[in-house]
Design a protein around this ligand. Structure first.
Ligand code: AMP
Length: 482
C-alpha cells in the first residue's frame, strides 16, 4: 500500500505486527488496519469514484474514520471531513458546494447525506494502487467564510506529505509515540493526530465522542494510561484540563496551537508536561507552519512564534507589500510547498489571499506580527474580523449573514466580548416592527445552519443598530449587553 508515498507503505510493512490504533479497549496492529483500509477502498470503488474525486467522510469518531481517510489517500480521492455534530443543513450545503461524488457514512450516521455509501464491516487484501499525480488534492477542509458560507481550502498530496514529514521530525516522533486523538476532524490539526503517529510507526488512541471534549474524561484517560505520551490541543482545552484538576505527566509531549499561547498557561504547561510546543499555522498552509519548543522564562505576554517547519518560509510585509526588518510590524505571509492550492471555486478570495511577489507565491495570513528575528515573530492580533473562540476559527461576517437571513431581521452585527475562558459572542439584531422574532426563535434558526460554537450566547434586540454618518454599522457604539 503506497497511500501518500512509498514511505507510508514501508511503515505498514515494517511495523505490521505492532499496534497502530486503539479505541475503547480494542486495538489493531498495522496489518489489521491495512486490511480494513483495503475493504473500504473496495467499497468506495464500487460506487465508481476514481482518483481526483471528492469524497465526504461523515463518520463517528472511531477506527473507521482513520481507515477511511487512509483509503482516500490510497486511491487519490480528496476527502472532505463532515463533522457529524454539525447541523445537517450546513453539511448538506458543503456536500452540494463541494459536489461530492460520495459521502462515506456508518451505522451511527442518523441522516443520509446523498450520495451516501454506508460502510459494511469486513476486511480485504489491499488492491493495487492507481498511478497518482502528486498535484492531486489530498483533502478539502471547510472553514468559516465572511460572506455567510463556509469556504473550502484545497490541500494537495505533496503539501500534506511535506507537512507530515516536517512536523513529525520537528517533535521527534517515532515508533514509541503514542498519541491521543481528541480534535474534531473538521479542524485540520486533527490530521496530525490521526496521521502523524502512523507516519512514524507509532500508535494513535482514538477518543470517542463525547469524551473527546470532556476534560474530566480526558483527565481520567491520561491518568489511567501513562503510556499515552503525546497530546495536541488548543489553549482552551489545555486550560479546561488544568481546571479539571489534571496534575500533569512528565512523560507527555504537549502541543499547543490554534490560538495565542499566553505566558501564564505556558508556565503551567511547562510545569505539567515533559515538553511544551507552541504551534502556529493557518488551514491554508496545511496545519502548522511553525513549531517551536517553549523555553522558560518567557519575555512576552504571549509566547513567540518561531522556527518555520522544513519547506516553509515566513515573511512580514508592510502596507505597501515591502519586507519589514527586525522590530518592524506587518502582516505575516507564508511561502512554501505546503501552501493550499487555493479556495474551492472562489477566484475572488484566491486573488486576495494568495499573492505573487518577486516570483514567489505567498499566502497572506491576516495575522499582524512584529518581526523579532529571522525566524521569530511576536503575534499582535488580526487585521480583519476573523476571531478565535475556544480554538475555533470564526468569521463574524458569517454569523451576521446567517442572522440577516432570518425572517423579520433587518440588520445584524456580532462581536466577541471578553478573553480566554470568559470570551463569548454577542449578536446585535435590528428587527422589523411587525412579526419580529424573539431571542429563542433567533437562536433556534441559527442552530439549523451554524455549528454550536458559532451561536452567540447573548442576543441583544435593538430598534436600530448604531450607524456611522455614511450608514455603516458603528461597531464602537454597540451597547454593552445588560
Ligand atoms: P486555523 O486555520 O483554524 O488553524 O486558524 C489559523 C489562525 O489561528 C492563524 O491565522 C492565527 O490567527 C491563529 N493561530 C493559530 N495558531 C496560533 C498560535 N500559536 N499563536 C497565535 N495565533 C495562532
Amino acid at each position: 500500500m503506497t497511500m501518500l508515498n512509498p514511505h507510508l507503505a514501508h511503515v505498514f510493512v515494517r511495523h505490521a505486527g505492532r499496534p497502530a490504533l486503539g479505541c475503547l479497549g480494542v486495538s489493531f496492529n498495522y496489518a489489521e488496519l491495512q486490511s480494513r483500509v483495503a475493504a473500504i477502498v473496495l467499497q468506495m470503488r464500487e460506487t465508481g469514484v476514481t482518483a481526483g474525486d471528492r469524497v465526504g467522510l461523515h463518520l463517528a469518531r472511531g477506527p473507521d474514520l482513520i481507515a477511511a481517510l487512509l483509503a482516500c489517500l490510497h486511491d487519490g480521492l480528496c476527502f472532505v471531513p463532515l463533522e457529524p455534530e454539525f447541523p445537517v443543513d450546513r453539511l448538506q450545503g458543503i456536500v452540494d458546494d463541494a459536489r461530492l461524488r460520495c459521502v462515506v457514512q456508518d451505522e451511527q450516521s442518523s441522516h443520509s447525506l446523498a450520495p451516501s455509501l454506508r460502510l459494511r464491516p469486513g476486511v480485504a487484501e489491499m488492491p493495487e494502487q492507481p498511478d497518482l499525480d502528486d498535484e492531486l488534492p489530498a483533502y478539502m477542509m471547510f472553514t468559516s467564510g465572511s460572506t455567510g458560507k463556509p469556504k473550502g481550502v484545497v490541500i494537495g498530496r505533496a503539501a500534506l506529505r511535506n507537512f507530515l514529514d516536517a512536523a513529525t521530525r520537528r517533535v521527534g516522533a517515532g515508533c514509541e509515540t503514542r498519541w491521543l486523538f481528541t480534535t474534531t476532524p473538521a479542524f485540520d490539526i486533527s490530521l496530525l493526530e490521526m496521521l502523524g503517529p502512523l507516519w512514524v510507526g507509532g500508535y494513535v488512541e482514538v477518543v470517542c465522542a463525547p469524551a473527546h471534549k470532556d476534560p474530566v474524561a480526558l483527565l481520567q484517560l491520561l491518568d489511567s494510561r501513562p503510556d499515552l505520551n503525546t497530546l495536541q490541543a488548543t489553549p482552551a482545552l489545555w486550560r479546561m484540563l488544568l481546571k479539571a484538576g489534571w496534575r500533569g505527566h512528565k512523560g507527555l509531549v504537549a502541543l499547543c496551537g490554534g490560538e495565542a499561547l499566553d505566558a501564564s498557561l505556558a508556565a503551567q504547561l511547562s510545569e505539567s508536561a515533559g515538553q511544551l510546543w507552541n504551534c502556529y499555522g493557518p488551514t491554508e498552509a496545511t496545519v502548522w507552519s511553525m513549531m517551536a519548543q517553549v523555553e522558560q522564562p518567557l519575555a512576552d505576554h504571549s509566547v513567540r512564534l518561531r522556527q518555520s517547519l522544513d519547506g516553509y518560509r515566513h515573511w512580514v510585509l508592510d502596507e505597501n507589500g515591502n519586507d519589514v526588518g527586525p522590530g518592524g510590524e506587518g502582516e505575516l505571509c507564508i511561502e512554501g510547498v505546503s501552501l493550499a492550492q487555493g479556495y474551492w471555486q472562489r477566484r475572488d478570495l484566491n486573488e486576495q489571499a494568495f499573492i505573487r511577489r518577486q516570483g514567489r507565491r505567498l499566502y497572506r495570513t491576516g495575522d499582524r506580527v512584529r518581526r523579532i528575528g529571522d525566524d521569530e515573530f511576536q503575534y499582535l492580533g488580526r487585521r480583519d474580523d476573523q476571531i478565535k473562540l475556544r480554538g475555533f476559527r470564526i468569521e463574524l461576517g458569517e454569523i451576521e449573514a446567517n442572522l440577516r437571513r432570518i425572517d423579520g431581521v433587518q440588520e445584524a452585527a456580532v462581536r466577541l466580548l471578553g478573553e480566554g475562558d470568559e470570551a463569548c459572542l454577542v449578536g446585535y439584531v435590528e428587527t422589523h416592527a411587525e412579526g419580529a422574532p424573539g431571542r429563542v426563535q433567533i437562536r433556534r434558526a441559527l442552530h439549523l445552519s451554524l455549528p454550536h460554537y458559532m451561536i452567540p450566547s447573548r442576543i441583544v434586540l435593538l430598534e436600530s443598530l448604531p450607524k456611522t454618518p455614511s450608514g455603516k454599522i458603528d461597531r464602537k457604539r454597540l451597547p454593552e449587553p445588560a
